[in-house]
Design a protein around this ligand. Sequence first.
Ligand code: HEM
Length: 254
Amino acid sequence: MDMLATVDPANIHYIMSSNYSNFPKGPRFLRIFDFLGDGIFNSDADSWRNQRKLARLLITHQRFHQFLVKTSQDKVEKGLVPLLDHVSKLGLVVDLQDLFQRLTFDTTCMLVTGYDPGCLSVELPDVPFSKAMDAAEEAVFSRHVVPGETQLAQLSLGFSGLFQRTRLLRPRSEKNSKQPYRKKQLTNGRYSVSKRMNFIWGDDCSEFKPERWISEGGTIKHEPSYKFLAFNAGPRTCLGKEVAFTQMKAVGRL
Ligand code: HEM
């Protein structure tokens, strides 16, 4: 199988936006995520269009937004803050990434099912469902790298419906794959799999510099989505981008 990896914004714009209809996810992607059934993440054409319309209706509904804001704020006030107080009183060292992952996981489960699995509590419990999600994500990653029948077959996938919805709320997609209907010449030939490219972000691309996102006038600097691809680009842009920002802002208010 021929594979091409690219981070070039011009190619990404071409694939994700201007020539989008020639680049469906395609059969290989659908095989890798077969355990998700035919949900929005692994469908193309009419099935995808219909699901997108429905999902958009839900996510943009005012009552969903109100529920999201309340759930996120409650989690921060009743979960994150007491936990941070606890660790600071005891002088413990914690992994912030783990804490934020727990926060997102709890909030997501509450948004999707109304049930709070309580990952974000002072005991930092091992929640089997959360572990199973991590294992499934690892397995999906291997399927990307080693195509064929792999670990997923060994996993118990009874939770796939919920996985789909929680992934919907907490995806960690770091790559995007498309399978063209027709062969096309891409605009230029720079191929790589790393996203921190100096030709895109400058020589300081590996440095943590939040000011990269602030303009000289002090306002937020927007970069086009085909350049900063975290939320995907074009017609399949992440539907939950605003949800993710609401969750981040709930933490940022602290
Ligand atoms: C920081 C958090 C998030 C990131 C980085 C992210 C990123 C992404 C990416 C890269 C895709 C494209 C996946 C693909 O095509 O295979 C995607 C799709 C999607 N995301 Fe997100 N996402 C986030 C949070 C959310 C949340 C909170 C929701 C829902 C409330 C959500 C809903 C969706 C949906 C429905 C799609 C499918 C869009 C489609 O195929 O038309 N995402 N997201």
